[in-house]
Write a protein that binds this ligand. Sequence first.
Ligand code: AMP
Length: 411
Amino acid sequence: MRVLDEALAEEYALVESIAREVLRGYGFREFRTPIVERTELFVRSVGESTDIVGKEMYTFEDRAGRSMTLRPEGTAPVVRAVVERGLRNTRLPLKLFYIGPFFRYERPQKGRYRQFHQIGAELIGDARPEADLEVIQVLVEFLSACGFSGLEVALQTLGDDDSRSRFRAALLGHLEPVRESLSAESQARLASNPLRILDSKADADRAAVADAPSMETFLSESARVHFERLQELLQDAGIAYRVEPGLVRGLDYYTGTVFEISSADLGSQDALVGGGRYDNLVAELGGPPTPAIGFAIGLDRVCEAMPESATSDQPRVAILALSDAAEARAAETARALRRAGLVAELANMTSGVGKSLQLADRRGSGWAVLIGDDELADGLWSVKNLASGEQQSVGDLSALVELIQEGSLKP
Ligand code: AMP
C-alpha cells in the first residue's frame, strides 16, 4: 500500500478533474459504490479462473461470518448496483463513471500496487458499434488532455457467444496435442479459460499459440459486421488503432469488442487503459439482458507517465500585513485572491519583513503582496515578484489578480 503525499495527491486530483470534465462533456455521471463487497460478486462476474479471483483478492470474513472482498475492479459493483436499483424503469443508455481505490494482492513491482486507483466508465444499454466508438473517443480525448501523444488503440473482438465457443473448441484442438509444451499455468487454463493462453508472456506458450487459429475465422456474421463497422468509425474519427489478435483481457465477463490504449511515447510498458464489451454481465447479475461496454484507466500509471507540461501550478501568493492596522485588509485580500483561483497565504510576520519574504520564496510563492499604512491610506497594494525582485503598486483587485496570473510585472 502506498501513501500519496501532497505532491502526488495534487497530481491525482488534477488528473481526476480532467477526467470528470471530459466524461461529463459526453454525458457520463459520477457513481460511487462501496469499497467492500460480498466476495461472491467478483467470483461470479470476474471469473474463478482469472488471476484476480484466483490469487489477488483481499478477502476476509466479517463478524457475521460472510466472505467480503475489497473491490479489485469497478464494473461488477456498478452493474450490481444498477441492477438492484432496477434497470427496467431506467432510460437507457445509462452512462456512469467512477473514480477511486481498488485492491489486488499482486507481487509489488514498479507501477503495480496493492492499493491502486482507477477511473472507469460504463455505457449500459447500447449494443451499437457507435457506443464502442464513444468510449474509445472519450478515452483518447482524456489522454490527450493529460498531454499524452502517439496514442494507439489495440483492438480485438471476442465475438458473440457462438463465435467464442467455436473458437474455443478450435483453440483447444490446436493446443491439446502440444499440452506438454505449455507452461503449468496454461496447462491449467486449457480446462478453465483457454483464450487466456493467447496473451501469456511465457516463451513456451508463445511458441504454441504462434500458429493457433485466429478468432477472425470464427466470427459470426453479426459479430464480424459490428467489428468492421467499429473500425470504419475509428478511421472516420481519425483514431489510430491496430487489430491485436493476442488481446483477450484478463476478466471473464468480456464479450465482443475489447481494447487497450497505450502511448507510443512510453515504450512497452503496461497499457494506460483497458476495456471492452460485457454484453452478458447485466443478465448474469440478475438484470434484463442488456448490452454494455466500459473501460478502466490505471490512474497511477497515467500519473507516473504523464508529461510534465500537463501538471498545472496555481500561482502562489504570500500576503504580508506590515502593521496591525493592515491585518484586516490583508485577510480580505487573501480571500479575494483565493476566490480568483490563486493560492494565497497570510505570512507570519513575527520575524520581520525580510525573513517573511525569504520564507515565502522558499515555500514556492512567486509573489508577495505587501500592505502597510501607506497602502491602507492610498487604497493600493504593493506587489513584488519574488523571482525578479521587481515591485509595483496597483489600485484595484482585478488588476492585482491579472498581474499575478499573467506572471509578469508590467513597466
Ligand atoms: P484491469 O482492470 O486489469 O483491466 O486494468 C485496467 C488498468 O488498471 C490497467 O491499464 C492498469 O494500468 C491499471 N492497474 C491494474 N492493476 C493495477 C495495479 N495493481 N497497480 C496499478 N495499476 C493497476
